[in-house]
Design a protein around this ligand. Structure first.
Ligand code: NAG
Ligand code: NAG
Ligand code: NAG
Ligand code: NAG
Ligand code: NAG
Length: 951
């Protein structure tokens, strides 16, 4: 244990060294010679800039030299080595840190294949800046026309949203990605206004016309280290130069160095032009717009003192059409810039031609000093929430998680990190990490505090690792956490009080089995903690210990006093509120927006956008599929789209839309909007992240967790309230007609909502029933009386709800298959009649419930499913009874709380005996039958199971 902090310190120190090396230099430059071996870099002879190795920027890939034959004086030293990602993950990223969020940077990467792998097979791969696709490098094309030692340079100007930026190489299955060098240069925020948060500039060419030498111009002549390629006078052009300094304008946007502006070319024949030609490169990956848009920046400065009466006036033509309609005259030794701010496009494969010509009034030929051609690329994809990124990155480093954990954790979706689940939104907010599953991942050390910073996480599975130390109480502060699996580790200490509280509230499922040293009961705790203390004693100064003990005691006493006071306060608060008082502001805000957006009408196009082209199916119903989607404000929704093939769905669809637009209740799933667009019909609901009650009863829910009894009670009460509202709160009343466990949905907080009103019917007459020609409902749930009479009533819903209650108690499906198919109600009656009472209660709850509250629910389930609808309670009765059950259960939980432990599957509940219930049955029944018609009903049904229901 003592080694822990030291190791941590060592790691931090090692990390600090790497980080220090991976810093920008004093000018803010980062210059990496990729694939360089050893630890030291070198200073470039030409630029005098220091180049460093990859260390600290990337943790994947291998170093290579290009083939010997290409290591000549004509090839830049930067190109001699390369880092290759053979056998590495699909995406590999360099992380450039210590940047200023919101500032503009030039990022330049070079690639020289030089047959470094001896395969003589140049690859094709993708480049990303952060989460945004930038460019597809095709070396086949390049090397075919220019040779295998050709260097490919890609440069982009981007606004960096965070204090770091990643440059990623993505393997697209067409050869191994590699890289030769990577450079980052800070620009002035005001420079290149065309580069914005939403749009990056990808350089096609940057030309310096009529240079005095054949050298490129870059740092130090250009303080931003842009590379200006020389463009010589062709036979038809001539050069003009000056040795005098050429100035930039006061509110200069491009900071072009004087050395570049001091030279220019002009055509020998004054009526000809200086021109630029470039091919439009299709960008297939920019699926929003595969035709690239271009930004052109032309730099002019008059270099000659013009004779009196001579006129130099320039016009710019694009594809022979005026681009600048009026002529302009650059100032003497002052820069004039011509550029567009809105990118222009033509066809995918267009040869653009730009001419600078003299205007009609001019007496002198045109000229051009320098030009830049950029294509734009969208940078609108948002990376994962930055706090989530730093937390998960810290976790990755602490536990040395490799896998595909490179680049952004959630984006792009296709490259999201293994073992993480993320929530995505359309375009308004950053994706969040919602679950982390690092079970059986060989994690060593204690539980990282970074886990407590993943604020959106609902499921955290750290089971079957070698984790030691105590469980951080801060985990209980994770507002959305519903499942925490710490089983199968070597954790010690006791379960922190915050977590115990969450468990009691039913908002957290904690698994901690197979942790030998964990105090889950009093005795084993002491022996193990002694063992651990020994180690601590060797290094701890006794005096310090004493102070700590005194302090801890004081804090404990204070805390206990406060707690007492707190519990007194609690007893005044209605228990319902305490149960639901933990959710986050975040969640609340989402629901707020849901309510506001109710009943909006969507077009089919909008649905396509919301569901990202109906990409993720959440479920399938009789009418078609239900898809996952996100509104513009990030609200997650479920979109039920009527399938074309289902004709009979139309009526039900309309019924549901009609009902949902006029009723609203917190226990009915709320409709956000609908779509009736030509042949398309769809309903948009609030998203219920925990799926159907059915999944939870079967234990096939997302976490595989078993619902606790308090959770089951709450779900029962909430669904009962939803039905009660339909029956009593709506005028005319509404019969759901298809109440079943798959139509009760649960949200993140496991709050229940009734869904699927497709079969619902509103009462029209006073006779409280409606006749229909077709029998609807689901086998196992359908009211036998309704089946016989074809007349659905609100009591048909009560019958079905009784089946749901029985499922909640037994954890079994509505129809049991073994040994012969039998309705669950009938089965339960048989078991009870045979005195086989324990068999009825779900064994997975481990006896952890208040017996009275369970039997009260069994009682109610039987009453609800009485054969005669007259004998069934109303939903109002059911709601009242369930409230009472919850009160009983709260008393039960508080008994446990006083013992100081709360453990799933413990023996704590065993003093309650089922046998005592059998003998006590009548008394409990009479206590619980208030509000029911007669006590006799129950007795009749219980003692004499009948065949009636099976009809
Ligand atoms: C950015 O450019 C503006 C205008 O040219 C200039 O006033 C300012 O000093 C520059 N800032 C930096 C940090 O270079
Ligand atoms: C200059 O170009 C114009 C237009 O193309 C042409 O008519 C003229 O003959 C050229 N002059 C010379 C000297 O080549
Ligand atoms: C030529 O000069 C006249 C008068 O100065 C001006 O109105 C006209 O726009 C100019 N023509 C061109 C093509 O710039
Ligand atoms: C991290 O994992 C990699 C690959 O599993 C291994 O090569 C490396 O030694 C590990 N590093 C540490 C510090 O454990
Ligand atoms: C975590 O992953 C393991 C193995 O893939 C799986 O068995 C387990 O159910 C997962 N845990 C959760 C909470 O989904």
């Amino acid at each position: 244990m003592a080694a822990g902090p030291w190791l941590l310190l060592l790691c931090l120190a090692a990390g600090a060294v790497l980080q220090a090396r991976a810093q920008p230099d004093s000018k803010g430059f980062i210059s990496i010679d990729c694939g360089l071996s050893g630890n030291t870099g070198y200073v470039s002879e030409t630029t005098k800039l220091s180049y460093v190795t990859d260390a600290g920027f990337i943790d994947a890939g291998t170093n290579h030299d290009i083939s010997d034959e290409f290591m000549t004086e004509y090839v830049d030293k930067l190109s001699y080595t390369a880092r290759s990602f053979a056998g590495a993950g699909v995406r590999n990223c360099y992380t450039l840190r210590s940047l200023v969020s919101g500032n503009k940077y030039l990022i330049r990467a070079t690639f020289t294949y030089g047959n470094y792998d001896g395969l003589d097979r140049p690859p094709v791969f993708d480049l990303y800046i952060g989460v945004n696709y930038w460019y597809t490098l095709d070396f086949r094309y390049l090397t075919k026309y220019y040779g295998i030692d050709e260097v490919m340079v890609k440069e982009a100007i981007v606004v960096v949203p965070d204090n770091f930026v990643q440059v990623c190489l993505v393997n697209i299955g067409d050869g191994t990605p590699f890289i030769s060098s990577l450079e980052l240069r800070p620009l002035n925020r005001t420079h290149y206004p065309q580069a914005t948060v939403a749009q990056g500039l990808s350089l096609d060419s940057r030309l310096n016309f009529g240079p005095m030498t054949s050298d490129i111009i870059r740092y130090p002549d250009d303080p931003y280290d842009r590379i200006w390629d020389p463009e010589y006078a062709k036979l038809i052009w001539t050069e003009i130069t000056t040795t005098q300094k050429v100035r930039n304008l006061d509110n200069d946007l491009f900071g072009v160095p004087s050395a570049v502006l001091q030279t220019a070319v002009m055509p020998l024949n004054a009526s000809k032009s200086v021109w630029l030609l470039w091919d439009s490169e299709p960008t297939p990956k920019h699926d929003r717009d595969p035709t690239p848009g271009y930004i052109i920046i032309l730099h002019f400065a008059e270099l000659e003192v013009l004779p009196r009466n001579a006129v130099r006036e320039l016009i710019v033509l694009l594809d022979d059409k005026p681009w600048f309609t009026t002529g302009f005259t650059p100032g003497y030794l002052y820069e004039t810039v011509a550029y567009n701010t809105i990118p222009f496009t033509n066809n995918r494969d267009h040869l653009y031609m730009l001419d600078v010509v003299a205007s009609g009034n001019a007496t002198l030929p045109p000229y051009l000093n320098a030009a830049e051609v950029f294509s734009v690329f969208p940078t609108t994809d948002l990376g994962t929430d930055s706090q989530d990124v730093s937390a998960i990155t810290a976790i990755k480093l602490k536990y040395n998680v490799t896998r595909n954990w490179m680049g952004d954790p959630c984006v792009p979706q296709t490259m999201a990190w293994d073992r993480l689940t993320c929530s995505y939104t359309v375009d308004s907010s950053h994706p969040r990490i919602t679950s982390v599953n690092l079970s059986s991942s060989g994690l060593n050390g204690d539980i990282s505090a970074s886990f407590t910073k993943l604020k959106a996480v609902t499921h955290l599975d750290l089971s079957n690792n070698n984790l030691i130390g105590s469980i951080p109480d801060a985990l209980s502060q994770l507002p959305s956490l519903t499942l925490l699996d710490l089983s199968g580790n070597q954790l010690s200490g006791s379960i922190p009080s915050g977590l115990l509280k969450r468990i009691r509230e039913g908002s957290l499922n904690l698994r901690y089995g197979s942790n030998q040293d964990l105090c889950s009961n009093g005795n084993s705790c002491q022996t193990h903690s002694k063992k651990n203390n020994k180690l601590t004693l060797y290094i701890a100064v006794p005096a310090v210990l004493l102070v700590v003990i005194v302090l801890v005691t004081i804090i404990l006493i204070w805390f206990l006093k406060r707690k007492k006071k707190g519990s007194m306060d609690n007893s005044i608060t209605p228990q319902n509120e305490t149960i639901t008082s933990h959710p986050t502001a975040n969640v609340e805000a989402n629901y707020g927006s849901l309510r506001r957006l109710e009943s909006r009408r969507f077009t089919y196009k909008e649905l396509e956008k919301i569901t990202n082209n109906f990409q993720q199916v959440l479920g399938q119903g009789g009418f078609g599929y239900v898809y996952n989607g996100f509104l513009e404000d990030g609200t997650q929704v479920a979109v039920k789209l009527r399938s074309h093939s289902s004709n009979q769905g139309v009526k039900e669809f309309l019924a549901e839309a009609e009902i949902l637009t006029r009723i609203h209740h917190m226990n009915l799933v709320s409709m956000i909007g609908y779509c009736m667009d030509g042949e398309y019909m769809a309903l948009v609901y609030e998203y219920m992240s925990e799926g159907t009650l059915q999944e939870h009863i079967q234990g096939s829910n997302r976490s595989g967790a078993c619902l606790s009894w308090p959770q089951r009670l709450r779900i029962a009460l909430e669904s009962a309230q939803g039905l009660e509202y339909l029956h009593k709160g709506c005028n005319p009343p509404i019969i759901h007609r298809d109440v079943k466990a798959t139509n009760i949905l649960l949200n993140m907080k496991l709050e229940a909502r009734i869904a699927d009103f497709g079969l619902s019917k509103a009462f029209t007459g006073n006779d409280h029933h409606v006749s229909t020609n077709t029998l609807v409902g689901t086998p196992g749930y359908a009211d036998p009386e309704y089946q016989a009479t074809m007349q659905p009533t609100t009591k048909s819903d009560v019958y079905s709800f009784g089946v749901v209650l029985m499922e909640l108690v037994t954890g079994k499906p509505a129809i049991l298959r073994e040994p012969v198919p039998v309705n669950i109600i009938r089965w339960a009656r048989q078991q009870l009649a045979q005195g086989n009472i324990e068999a009825v209660v779900d064994g997975r709850m481990g006896g952890d419930y208040d017996a009275n509250s369970v039997w009260k629910v069994v009682d109610m389930a039987l009453k609800c499913s009485a054969y005669s609808s007259m004998q069934r309670p109303t939903m109002t009765d059911v709601v009242a009874q369930l409230h009472e059950c919850i009160q009983l259960e709260i008393g039960h939980v508080e008994d446990y709380a006083n013992t100081g432990f709360y453990t799933h599957g413990s023996n704590n509940g065993q003093n309650m005996s089922y046998d005592s219930y059998t003998t006590d049955q009548s008394s409990i029944v009479s206590k619980t039958t208030t509000g029911y018609e007669t006590e006799q009903n129950l007795r009749r049904v219980t003692i004499h199971p009948t065949n009636q229901v099976a009809r």
